[in-house]
Design a protein around this ligand. Sequence first.
Ligand code: BGC
Length: 257
Amino acid sequence: MQLFGVDIGGTGIKGAPVDLDRGDLAQERHKVLTPQPATPDGVAGCVVEVVRHFDWDGPVGVTFPGVVTGGVTRTAANMDKGWIGVDTAALLSERLGGRPVTVLNDADAAGVAEMTYGAGRGRTGTVILLTLGTGIGSAVFTDGRLVPNSELGHLELKGHDAEKRASVKAKEDGELTWERWARRVQKYLAHVEMLFSPDLFILGGGVSRKPEKFLPLIDGIRAEIVPAKLQNNAGIVGAAMAAKATKPATAAEEGPG
Ligand code: BGC
């Protein structure tokens, strides 16, 4: 089965139909640059452009880099503050001609995809996926079930918002070496471990493509630490999985009885 996922990020909005049997994109993804400022209206236009690029007319799942409850975006740490309190699921559904739209947090989407198709597949206990990018996103699982909107990127670390110290943006802005940045990531992981005692950390975001640069520099963490496997497409895949929940089941899918 194919469903459509869109990943809204601070720099790009990307989407593709997803093959849910394989957990991978069914076609090459289409990406447009996030308008600045990234207002709901401007971004909604980009989501429409991405979906229309594929001629897709079914339900759509969309990730957002902030807290999302019941389709309403509640926070916007790295986006325009105009998103706060917007019924984003309703806005996007209206702009996409009334089709069902499911909206969820970007890290939660990536986490669900990793747990199903990637590094967390078959893993029980407490698993925490952290995406290290412009901000830090988190997805917390207990025996495979997501606790949504965990927002562990905003834990306080040495008096700072953790994502301001240990995100990839913090590394780039501060021109930190891999060694210095890895020390910060290690302190951050130690803090999260103190609070949750996870069995497994999955590290996602762009850096999951270069685990050899920093994973060997991290020690003193009891939990196993592995890089994410789906990398850049985890958000799109997780968004499409969320759309599945809204798709009316056909008689064949419902089965007898
Ligand atoms: C937001 C999270 C988001 C993360 C990654 C944080 O600033 O608060 O909701 O998951 O960035 O985009």
